[in-house]
Design a protein around this ligand. Structure first.
Ligand code: CA
Length: 225
């Protein structure tokens, strides 16, 4: 179950992400309205947790943009405001539920549980590149008839590559996606997880490998059959 968190308060975003991951959800975090629309229109999330007050475009505009684009993912809006007018506006523009900050974690988890059940079926969403298929719901990496289970960090790192298969990914980007943007993870942590992933790619016999570009980052490379 993959959830998108859109919240510009870092501490709160990190706390929600950690809470969801402890409960077995996979969570991506973005910090402004434009990124929210980009992510939510390219990945099939089970739920979007969306703050109202955001940089670039606010939560209401994000909901309207997504519904206009045909994205029907359930949306739980978060806001510090308590005015009823806001709640009505949020629900009118296409959000499914509303939670006023500050909220307690049980309340959040109850709403998340209710909204993700509402989608009815478990969607196995996948990202494919060359001979690799990554299952987003289970963090399983498949190649031909073989598959391996990825750890949470391996999954976050590899997903970043597979979403941007032709790009060189800066080490900082990998740290932000897998460890969080205010983490103390270093290049060495990334290097360790890249080496785990290389072993798994080798085990699967994939043509895809991860190449290091000194002082720049990493990119995927596709070898000969
Ligand atoms: Ca905010």
């Amino acid at each position: 179950m993959q959830i998108l968190i859109v919240e510009d308060e870092l501490a709160l975003s990190n706390a929600i992400k950690k809470l969801l991951e402890q409960r077995g959800y996979f969570a991506d975090a973005v910090y402004d309205g434009d990124s929210a629309v980009d992510y939510a229109t390219s990945v099939n999330y089970s739920l979007i947790i969306l703050d109202v007050m955001l940089p670039k475009r606010d939560g209401f505009e994000v909901v309207r943009a997504l519904r206009r684009e045909g994205v029907h993912t359930p949306i739980l809006m978060l806001t510090a405001r308590t005015a009823t007018a806001d709640k009505v506006q949020g629900l009118n523009c296409g959000a499914d539920d509303y939670l006023t900050k500050p909220f307690d974690t049980d309340e959040l988890l109850a709403r998340v549980g209710a909204l993700t059940r509402r989608t009815g079926e478990v969607l196995v969403d996948t990202v494919r590149f060359e001979d690799l298929t990554l299952e987003l719901g289970s963090a399983k990496l498949l190649c031909g008839d073989d598959s391996v289970q990825l750890s949470r960090k391996e999954f976050a790192v590899l997903k970043t590559f597979l979403y941007n298969p032709t790009m060189t990914i800066a080490t900082d980007t990998l740290i932000a996606n897998a460890w969080g943007i205010d983490s103390e993870a270093t290049d060495n942590n990334v290097e360790v997880y890249i080496s785990f992933l290389r072993k798994k790619l080798k085990y699967l016999g994939s043509r895809v490998s991860i190449r290091k570009l000194q002082r720049i980052g990493y990119r995927l490379e596709v070898g000969e059959c």
